[in-house]
Design a binder for this molecule. Structure first.
Ligand code: ATP
Ligand code: MG
Length: 380
């Protein structure tokens, strides 16, 4: 069986495969590009696997005029820019020694060995430069059945790298089948080894959680994370129960991880997920406004249209209420509104602190009126 995808036929990509092939090396696409093409999902990066050692990949690619970056040469990865596209080329390898985070690797000539060190069967799917699929571990039937399954024995694979706990839930969120449920053996292993999450860097946890929360429907994965005790290690106090109603209410609104995170609640996610200041401020504002009395128009005026929508949806999910009728057009109305009073309207009779207090009071009245009180009514 062959896959097709525009990325497969990029001239630079095909040229790179051709020069490695002509030099006598095996080279195959692997991971996300193969998996996502089969799932009709966008391909964001191109990963390749080869039997050539990294120094040789670099030499051959340079000789062909491509730019080479030694991204992670000790782990076998070089980045080759061909036709303006980045290709991560990793030498077939097996992980000989692991400490739960980093691996000592040994390069291999053998594709089966390379497949065995990968995390899930759906991530051990390869394709020849022609698009012909190579599936050493039965990843294709698993992918088509939306089954996220560890390669090998789950507990052993998690002990090698505890990030795989979070990757298991992330891949289930994105590719899993909610009706079929999560792989029981994988889930049991995650539950038994949940403590291992504490040893991971908070950047890596945050990166996984952003991707998980941005899935179309992360509710089943989050429920399993909570049931297995993993979620408490990621974000203490988080409660995923409102996520399913949230996803239902979102309907065709684009998923936003910030909104889902605000609904999870729990401790301040800033340090736990190593959020940027800007992300922290945005999520803080959404979370704070959920309990406020502001209407959709008032929310959009105060926070902007997108965070305003986040609050309306989050509030409805958490309070188990329907979204207010006409909320979308109200958000637009609020975002386009201008507070009708300026300082000049109140001067010179009010000055300094008194002026500031009056302006705040009028703004509060205007917001409570759903932005409907006119300038005249406010000044009367
Ligand atoms: P995406 O790029 O969409 O997140 P991907 O599958 O391409 O998905 P990468 O992080 O680019 O993910 O990794 C490429 C491949 O490397 C994966 O498909 C998998 O085979 C392997 N891999 C990545 N991280 C791990 C890990 N922690 N343990 C084992 N294999 C891994
Ligand atoms: Mg990738």
């Amino acid at each position: 069986m062959r896959i097709g995808g525009a990325w497969l036929n990029y001239p630079g990509t095909q040229a790179l495969c051709a020069v490695l092939g002509l030099a006598g090396h095996r080279v195959l696409f692997v991971g996300g590009c193969v998996r996502n093409t089969l799932m009709l999902m966008p391909v964001t990066d191109i990963d390749l696997a080869t039997d050539a050692v990294p120094e040789v990949v670099a030499e051959v690619a340079k000789a062909a005029g491509f730019k080479v970056i030694p991204t992670g040469i000790d782990h076998g990865t070089v980045t080759v820019i061909a036709g303006g596209i980045h290709h991560e080329i990793t030498t077939f390898r097996s992980d000989v020694e692991t400490d739960g985070r980093r691996a000592v690797v040994s390069f291999s000539r053998n594709l089966a060995e390379d497949a065995a060190r990968r995390d899930f069967t759906m991530n051990a799917l390869y394709a020849e430069p022609s698009g012909e699929i190579v599936d050493p571990l039965g990843g294709l039937p698993d992918l088509l059945a939306h089954r996220v399954r560890f390669v090998g024995e789950p507990e052993q694979r998690i002990r090698e790298d505890y990030l795989r706990i979070l990757r298991f839930f992330r891949f289930h969120a994105v590719y899993g089948d909610p009706a079929q449920g999560i792989d029981a053996e994988g889930l049991a292993a995650c539950a038994a080894l949940a403590d291992g999450v504490d040893g991971l860097s908070r950047e890596r946890i945050g990166a996984e959680m952003r991707k998980l929360l941005a899935a179309r429907n992360p509710a089943p994965a989050l429920a399993s994370m909570a049931a297995s005790g993993v979620l408490q290690h990621v974000l203490p106090g988080a409660d995923p129960r409102a996520i399913a109603p949230l996803c239902h209410l979102e309907a065709d609104s684009p998923p936003r991880w910030q909104r889902r995170l605000a609904v999870l609640g729990g401790e301040d996610p800033g340090p736990h997920l190593r959020l940027s200041r800007q992300e922290q401020a945005e999520i803080g504002k959404i979370a704070e406004a959920i309990g406020s009395p502001f209407t959709p128009a008032a929310l959009a005026w105060k926070l902007g249209e997108t965070p305003g929508a986040d609050v309306v949806l989050a509030r409805a999910a958490l309070l188990e209420t329907p979204v207010p009728p006409g909320w979308r057009s109200d958000l637009g109305r609020g975002a386009g509104s201008k507070f009708p009073i300026s300082a000049a309207d109140l001067m010179p009779s009010l000055q300094g602190e008194a002026l500031g207090t009056k302006l705040k009071e009028l703004e509060g009245r205007w917001l409570s009126s759903d932005l409907k009180l006119t300038r005249a009514a406010l000044l009367a």
